[in-house]
Design a protein around this ligand. Sequence first.
Ligand code: 13P
Ligand code: SF4
Length: 298
Amino acid sequence: MQARIRKLLKQRNAIMLAHNYQPPEIQEMADLCGDSLELSIRAADTDAEMIVFCGVHFMAETASILSPDKTVLLPRADAGCPMADMITPVALSARLRTTPEMPVVTYVNSPAAVKALSTICCTSANAVEVVNSLDTDELLMTPDRNLARNTARHTTRKIHLWDGCCPVHDRLTVADVAAARAAHPGAVFIAHPECRPEVVDIADAALSTSGMIRFAAESDATEFIVGTEVGLLYPLVQKIPGKKFYPASEKMVCPDMKKITPQDILACLEDLSGQVKVPEDIRIPALAAVTRMIDLSR
Ligand code: 13P
Ligand code: SF4
């Protein structure tokens, strides 16, 4: 299967990108695995004619925003993100009508049409940098209330919230972390900024998924409790042999990130199904918000 997929990728001049939460067999055959920011930058820079995006819908949309001339394939049309579904352009427009004018910072985990209404995008890797780059005293951050509250700890700007969250990260409690620490005394606890603020407060570091991989590789510690989706355990173990990694909670599973199978990838490469294309009237304003972010983070 892997050989057939790699052959078709070559024939189609396609690149395969996979998020760090994807199943091991998908990460193994991808050209690049990474966090949302790394994958966005790679999608913007590639010379390939086609991008097979192994992640969720908003990630394929971001690739389409950045590379309108490329064919972007999402091998499973139903791989979505419940947090991205917690905001719509209609709801954001309604909120903006009743809010004093201020910049809107939108997490990439959002629909393209919401990015199109935003000043700038951010990811978990650059949210603090993005917020602090704005020449403003107040801003609205959408759609993740946890990322917004965690970012507010690192800025003097007043951040107004959108009441969305990632159900997978919001599920992790202080009690779960205490239980994991009791089971693994001395292990370092790393949390994702999509976790609740009270969970991030007790973490040794709060980082994006790739930030966690770099942190664990560079740290003197040898054991880590990992406060993010359990799929990250695979690249951690692969890239950092000799260190031990424990999930902060077995509950942290994102079903959408587990939908794509090698069969789905083969099928979409054969018949070019699963194309994701953002219409130009949405793409152009969304591109401005995404490009501002990428220019800041390069
Ligand atoms: P990052 O890999 O950018 O940290 O994103 C986490 C996530 O939830 C993606 O859906
Ligand atoms: Fe969305 Fe959370 Fe799943 Fe990431 S882990 S795709 S934010 S639901």
